[in-house]
Design a protein around this ligand. Structure first.
Ligand SMILES: Nc1ncnc2c1ncn2[C@@H]1O[C@H](COP(=O)(O)OP(=O)(O)OP(=O)(O)O)[C@@H](O)[C@H]1O
Length: 361
């Protein structure tokens, strides 16, 4: 994402001291989103293990500057999900601190920026590279979906590229659990994410299945990677919806003859307006196109074990919801806890990953 505003860190001296006492120093700005700025961070001191990989990225979310909806609904969800996820193709969270109205999310730094910057700078991605990257994103999405989490903001700006040119999915600002305490599917009505990547059913404003809508966004990402263009003109929402529903998009003339039939088939099936016919994430992973590269036929050990863990975590999540519902029935409805600016959300889990949420002084 383009850097906006000042490139230097604007921290209060007391914030700098707090971060330094935890072993972090913020450097220049890496990117900026709606309610967050992301900085390069340095580990100062630390043990030998930390020293080997000295830089991190730090996302600073300031709730004093954010709307109520974000503070009460989206931010608690984002933090809750961030501490649970652990997958080779999802950006690794190092630690999360809260100090007064600010949250500091320290995570792995993606040295090669985001996918949009990459495509804009380097042009269309080769089919071989797009295959590797779409598969990595699809595996990350499959993992999330198995945990019953929908990302709801899949876009090139949220696909980060590491120094080894691996993609890591980031930004869980719109992500949510999509099952209730009986394991039943919950539909969404909230319009989330970016217009250019939103599925037609999301634009319609009717209840939609967020996991299926995620797949459309993967289709837009694939299209952008191989064309260096957007599939639809999104200057007018009504017109955008019409184009989506009538499949009015085409591969750019510059690349159409270079692309394989297999990649075209994947794109067509992801940008499928009929949600019943749109491919599911497993179909991407098992597609002929992905499997044209023999290295991608099987999951790595890390990919496989993360997927297995997702199902265990999903079960634990639903069991916990069930327990909570039973207790509420027994002891009456507890007051819903509201995340306040100066208060850590004590309901935040601390078990699922090595990330911790610590309230700094
Ligand atoms: N770990 C990271 N390493 C390198 N750059 C990063 C990292 N995390 C985020 N960025 C950069 O910062 C930008 C904004 O980050 P992020 O998407 O998390 O913020 P956001 O406020 O949630 O954004 P949005 O408004 O799009 O939802 C990204 O598009 C990317 O360019």
């Amino acid at each position: 994402m383009a850097k906006k505003g000042s490139n230097t860190v604007i921290l209060k001296p007391s914030e700098e001291t707090t971060l330094a006492s935890r072993g972090y120093k913020l450097l220049n700005k890496l990117g900026e989103g709606s309610y967050a700025s992301v900085y390069l961070a340095e580990i100062i001191g630390g043990n030998e293990k930390d020293k080997t990989n000295k830089t991190l990225a730090c996302k600073i979310l300031d709730v004093s500057k954010a709307p109520k909806d974000f503070v009460k609904k989206f931010l608690p969800r984002e933090l809750d999900i961030l501490v649970r996820v652990n997958h080779p193709h999802i950006i690794h969270i190092h630690s999360i601190f809260q100090r007064k109205s600010k949250y500091f999310v320290f995570m792995r730094n993606a040295e090669n920026g985001d996918l949009l910057e990459y495509v804009l700078k380097k042009g269309p991605v080769s089919e071989g590279q797009a295959r590797v990257w779409l598969r990595q994103l699809a595996l990350a999405v499959q993992y999330l979906h198995n945990m019953d989490i929908a990302h709801r903001d899949l876009k090139c700006e949220n696909a980060l590229i590491t120094s080894n040119f691996n993609l890591k999915l980031a930004d869980f600002g719109f992500a949510r659990f999509v099952t209730d305490n009986k394991g039943r599917k919950v539909t969404s009505t909230t319009y989330c994410g970016s217009l250019s990547y939103a599925a037609p059913e999301v634009l319609r404003g009717m209840p939609y299945h967020p996991k299926i809508a995620d797949i459309w966004s993967l289709g837009v990402i694939l299209y952008i990677m191989i064309n260096k263009a957007m599939p639809f003109d999104d200057t007018n929402v009504k017109h955008l919806h019409e184009q989506q529903m009538n499949r009015r998009w085409k591969f750019r003339s510059k690349v159409i003859d270079l692309l394989s039939d297999q990649v075209k088939l994947v794109t067509v099936n992801l940008l499928e307006p009929d949600t019943g016919r749109r491919w599911r994430v497993e179909q991407i992973i098992k597609s002929e196109w992905v499997n044209m590269d023999p290295r991608l036929k099987d999951m790595s050990e890390g990919e496989e074990s993360a997927l297995t863990q997702a199902l265990v975590d999903r079960k634990n999540y639903i069991d916990n919801l069930n327990k909570k519902a039973t207790n509420e029935k027994k002891f009456g409805n507890e007051e819903v806890k509201v995340l306040k600016a100066n208060e850590p959300d004590l309901t935040m889990p601390k078990f699922a990953s090595n990330a911790t949420i610590i309230e700094a002084d």
